[in-house]
Design a protein around this ligand. Structure first.
Ligand code: XLS
Ligand code: NI
Ligand code: NI
Length: 435
């Protein structure tokens, strides 16, 4: 045991009336909602980077957190791993996620870096034999080191592509060995600052080649998890190629990869793309691309990916609506891609962030399940589109009528549609009734 969380004990469910700030008030992991436990629905994960590697910096000042593992090389990395598994147990969560760079210091060479990552990976493997916390996904950090400033897969220099490939091979294999259920690629620098120095089409080809290599290697080593792309429109690149779900789908289709890849959708990234979170989920679910979720929220005044913890149950209810409708996230889950603020210095603050986030997800889940169970919401939606189920609508969709046939029908049958209310306020109130 380390003494990092000294005095703190495991967070338990105490119910909505509890005033204990370190108890779950809504997240009751074993409670059955819509046929599954809350834990099975949400599959919550702790993000190693934000929780253990984040330093509390902002553009005007560096590190504000003082963690005993900072600047201590591999000794620090081992201490960090001890603290991480203590944290998983305190929160009692089933999953975590990591980048290679979060868990071990970079070496002078790729070989040295990969060796460091493997050494911590072995510690994870041993700890995971004792712990109930499993790996939701692994990923490689291909955006922090300056070698990647002009992109990893999309770099004008093929040697950078090669270096990135060497990193991904290592993390993909480690993810597989640790029983990880997904592998994520977020293209932070896969994009550009200015077209003046960028060949757009060339970079698209490179990105597709890289992804193809990853898919092939995953198959070769027997990794049966999902490969996930994480859309984000900008930041750190001015223009990121994986802009949003629809853009990612178009890219995958163009290169014939849409069967092999799904999306990891992040709340804050949806906002940066000027979408809502539920929009991205609805699009992904419709396209068969909804794989997993990065749970967080942005400070909506800042226009940045601020990665606050979720605290909007209404937003989460709409998200869970689409997730429940597609029968769950499968191998995916809810990764807390969220960090405590610069002034939140204490170990307990890490718990408060996750406890509030999980309670928010639980409220969203229960709200969506109740909304679906009640049935009125779905009934109204079906009613609105009922004209497409038979007669004219059905014939149009089935391709039975040409444009002339349809026009002819309007004249012959005197079709003269009357506008109907979209009932938005009614529907908003209906949803709020259950949240
Ligand atoms: C950054 C991304 C990142 C990915 C993993 O905005 O959300 O944290 O989830 O590389
Ligand atoms: Ni993310
Ligand atoms: Ni993000």
């Amino acid at each position: 045991m380390t003494d990092f969380f000294k005095g703190l004990s495991q967070v338990k469910f105490e119910g909505p009336q509890s005033r204990n700030p370190l108890a779950y008030r809504h997240y009751n992991k074993d409670e059955i909602v819509a046929g599954k436990t809350m834990e099975e629905h949400i599959r919550p994960a702790v993000a190693y980077w934000h929780t253990f590697a984040q330093e509390g910096g902002d553009p005007f000042g560096g590190r504000s957190f003082d963690r005993p593992w900072f600047d201590k090389g591999m000794d620090g990395a081992r201490l960090k791993a001890d603290v991480a598994f203590e944290f998983f147990e305190l929160l009692d969560v089933p999953f975590f996620c990591f980048h290679d760079a979060d868990i071990a210091p970079e070496g002078e060479t790729l070989a040295e870096s990969n060796k460091n990552v493997r050494a911590i990976g072995e510690i994870f493997a041993r700890k995971m034999e004792q712990s109930r916390t499993k790996l939701l996904w692994g990923t490689a950090n291909l955006f922090s080191n300056r070698r990647y400033m002009a992109g990893a897969a999309t770099n004008p220099d093929p040697e950078v592509f090669a270096y990135a490939a060497g990193q991904v091979k290592n993390v993909l294999e480690l993810t597989h060995e640790l029983g990880g259920e997904n592998y994520v690629l977020w293209g932070g620098r896969e994009g550009y600052e200015t077209l003046l120095n960028t060949k757009f089409g060339q970079e698209q080809d490179q990105m597709a080649r890289f992804l193809t290599l990853v898919i092939e290697h995953a198959k070769k080593i027997g990794f049966t998890g999902q490969i996930l792309l994480e859309p984000k429109p900008q930041e750190p690149s001015k223009h990121q190629y994986d802009y949003d779900v629809a853009t990612v789908y178009g890219f995958l289709q163009r290169y014939g990869l849409e069967q092999d890849v799904k999306c990891n959708i992040e709340v804050g990234h949806a906002f940066l793309a000027r979408h809502s979170f539920e929009h991205e989920l609805a699009v992904a679910s419709t396209l068969g691309m909804l794989g997993s979720v990065d749970a967080n929220r942005n400070d909506l005044q800042s226009g940045w990916d601020t990665d606050h913890f979720p605290n909007n149950a209404g937003e989460m209810a709409l998200a869970f609506y689409y997730i429940l409708k597609q029968g769950g996230l499968g191998k995916g889950g809810f990764n807390f891609d969220a960090k405590v603020r610069r002034q939140s210095l204490d170990a307990a603050d890490l718990l408060h962030g996750h406890v509030g986030g999980l309670d928010t997800l639980a409220r969203g889940l229960k709200g969506a399940a109740a909304l679906i169970e009640d049935g009125e919401f779905d009934r109204l939606l079906d009613e609105r589109y009922a004209g497409w189920d038979n007669g004219l609508g059905k014939d149009i969709l089935a391709g039975k009528l040409s444009l002339s046939d349809i026009a002819e029908k309007v004249h012959a049958e005197g079709i003269n549609p009357q506008p109907k209310s979209g009932r938005q306020e009614y529907l908003e109130n209906l949803v709020n009734h259950f949240v």
